[in-house]
Design a protein around this ligand. Sequence first.
Ligand SMILES: *Cc1c(COP(=O)(O)O)cnc(C)c1O
Length: 464
Amino acid sequence: MDKNNLYRMIPKMDILLELPEIKTLIEHYGRDLTVETLQEEVQALRREIQEKEEFDMEESLETLPERVEHRLNSLLKPNFQKVINATGTVLHTNLGRAPLSPKHLEHIALIASGYSNLEYELKEGRRGQRYSHIESLLCHLTGAEAAMAVNNNAAAVMLILNTLTQGKEVIVSRGELVEIGGKFRVPDVMKASGAKLIEVGTTNKTHEEDYRDVINEETGAILKVHTSNFEMIGFTESVELDELSKLAKGYDLPLIQDIGSGVLVDLSKYGLKYEPTVQESIRAGVDIVCFSGDKLLGGPQAGMIVGKRKYIEQIKRNQLTRALRIDKFTAAALEVILKEYLSEETAMRNIPVLHMIIQKKEELKDKAERLRSFLETLHLDAEIEVEECLSQVGGGSLPGERLDSYAVSLKPGRISTAKLEEEMRKLSVPIIVRTTNDKVMIDVRTVSEKEFFYFEQLKDIEDF
Ligand SMILES: *Cc1c(COP(=O)(O)O)cnc(C)c1O
């Protein structure tokens, strides 16, 4: 058929806009957006006519409104969406780190959907501080004199150094000049903050004298960085916090510690490797400790700063603090999460990250068995087994620590493992998995029972 004829068969815009289906779309999505989308769809139609040998014009015109609606829907659907984390990595930075529980979200939603006393003293009826909701809690939990929170831990480090050590020298051990994920490099952050880095010691050993030897009138602070995401073993030595604290005090310098993951509970009680707690640092005499809100603390993205009042007050007055401050969602989430820590049992039960980390092997096995039973009802083309596996904490916490876990493994029949992994990623609620050899592994540590029904989507994968 003559293509020009086909082009001519496409109705004019004003005619299309009179179609009842299009009118409904206009009512629903608004006129401008619908018209724009309709124009795009007509363009797509013209391209198709141009490219194809055979073209069913009648059918194309009939389904035009449907395609416009589809286009509108996918345009309006958020690209930032829920996924199922079946990797077993609890603090998966790419998948959003710490999830919150519905109970916490209820409170956050309440705060976010209306007005609140974010910076308002209800008793006195005057302006208040946004930190007031968390400050005394943080002090109570960590033993610090004062506390505040900013956007994230990277911001916290930057702000602390900028406030207390701008233009001055900051001493750091060479063994602690780390790079954390997302390009957080201690030397670069220091440079950006305006402090001058003075490296001491060697990669594997740093002694007290190494610090002492470089202290002079230009020194602004001693910084200790928790080497969160790697572990040094063998011939190593670093200076204990209390020893460093004594040294810093002797010269009237602040001792600052970036502890990375903010652990408030001694995890070794639960069979995990010991990760230094914030309380311990404060007790050892560290003047300022900072840590993340969404790593082992299990809360929202935030950078907590706790320590001596005189330093915290200075930091609060820094103009940068205004730029790095937490928003009301974060303030609301932090308060409810920190309140869980008032009782350790409650924290371990109600904070999803902690709950996932301390799940017992038998519980995980039972969970995996239940998921297997469910998957078996779907009649998938795969061998389905429950297997032991190892999950990790992630987020640069507890490096090297592998947690015993269970996975449901899927060995697909017709399609390849790589194809299955890809198809699972493309589901409308994507399921993110690890693969080993010839199997897809669904580590149930990070999958809640309530999420099992999402696996019904596996039925929609072609040839599976
Ligand atoms: C994770 C980490 C950071 C960065 O924290 P964010 O909250 O992601 O900004 C900084 N320092 C250390 C030691 C860390 O482990």
